[in-house]
Design a protein around this ligand. Structure first.
Ligand code: PAF
Length: 290
């Protein structure tokens, strides 16, 4: 496994030229901000199974932080991250510094998530998804992948990336990997390390809420009833400060009406103490047609 820090090292010996002639995709990328956990490793394993060459990027992207303190305190654990990646057969870790990614300072030209960046996560974290898409676009150019793996846990980010790849004809296949959870249901997140034991117990209500919505939908509930089931769960934990609980269209991230039928993302975001957490489940409202 080679660990490189600059674009020229990446272009040089680290990356073999993309080989698109075989029947396997040549190169897969997994983009991360480090502080790796089993959720990231699931992305890497899926990438390793799918492609000849796996590149993992580790870059804490200042553009996507709406809070300077959050950026400063975000865990940076490159050595530990590399120790987790090496046994998985990763070929290249690209861990650039901020000056390498944004050599002229904050970029003048950026990618806009458009309407996707204005609803739910976007409404609560203005500019966040634009910052994500800008760095994802740059990292796509730098790593030249055939496949890019993203976690379902960041549902709106996944929708935004898919939409960018489609709208800007980026020629990369985006692969979604299911959320990895602790045994008690808590979705893995690099931010979980900030939770005290009592806060971690409170945070469980997020997964319980989205699972309650999923269970209700599977039992035949309509959208409003499914969302109400999640609301009822959240009401049991007043210590959790809700940002939003919503049903999203899995392609556009628009909020869904009560009479909607089809696949829906039930998404929740909340603060537990100082820590902001998100979770979601992809469910189906109404019977499968056809
Ligand atoms: O999901 C993340 O860790 C980040 O948003 C990403 C995709 C690596 C972009 O910085």
């Amino acid at each position: 496994m080679r660990v490189v820090h600059t674009a020229s090292e990446l272009r040089g010996p680290a990356l073999r030229p993309a080989r698109r002639s075989g029947d396997r995709p040549s190169r897969a990328v997994v983009m991360t901000m480090g502080a790796l956990h089993e959720g990231h490793l699931a992305l890497v394993r899926a990438a390793r199974e799918a492609a000849d060459e796996v590149v993992v990027t580790i870059f804490v992207n200042p553009l996507q932080f709406d809070d300077a303190e959050d950026l400063d305190t975000y865990p940076r654990t490159l050595d530990e991250d590399c120790a987790l990646l090496e046994p998985l057969g990763v070929d290249v870790v690209f861990a650039p510094g901020v000056e390498e990614v944004y050599p002229g300072g904050p970029p003048v030209v950026t990618v806009s998530a458009g309407r996707i960046g204005e609803v739910f996560e976007g409404a609560h974290r203005p500019g966040h998804l634009d910052g994500v898409l800008t760095v994802v676009c740059k990292l796509m150019h730098l790593t030249q992948p055939d496949l890019a793996f993203f976690g379902q846990k960041d549902a709106q980010q996944l929708i935004a990336v898919r939409t960018m790849v489609r709208d800007l004809t980026m020629g990369v296949e985006v692969v979604a990997v299911p959320t990895v959870r602790d045994a008690d249901g808590l979705a893995l997140s690099s931010r979980n390390v900030f939770l005290t034991a009592p806060q971690r117990a409170q945070a469980l209500i997020l997964s319980e809420a989205v699972m309650a919505a999923d269970a209700a939908a599977r039992a035949g509930a309509d959208l409003d009833e499914a969302v109400s089931a999640a609301q009822a769960a959240l009401a049991r934990e007043p210590g959790v400060a809700l940002d939003y609980l919503a049903a999203l269209d899995p392609v556009t991230a628009e909020g869904l009406d009560g009479d909607y039928r089809g696949e829906a993302v039930i998404a929740v975001a909340a603060h537990v103490g100082e820590t902001r957490l998100i979770d979601n489940v992809v469910t189906r409202i109404g019977p499968l047609l056809g």
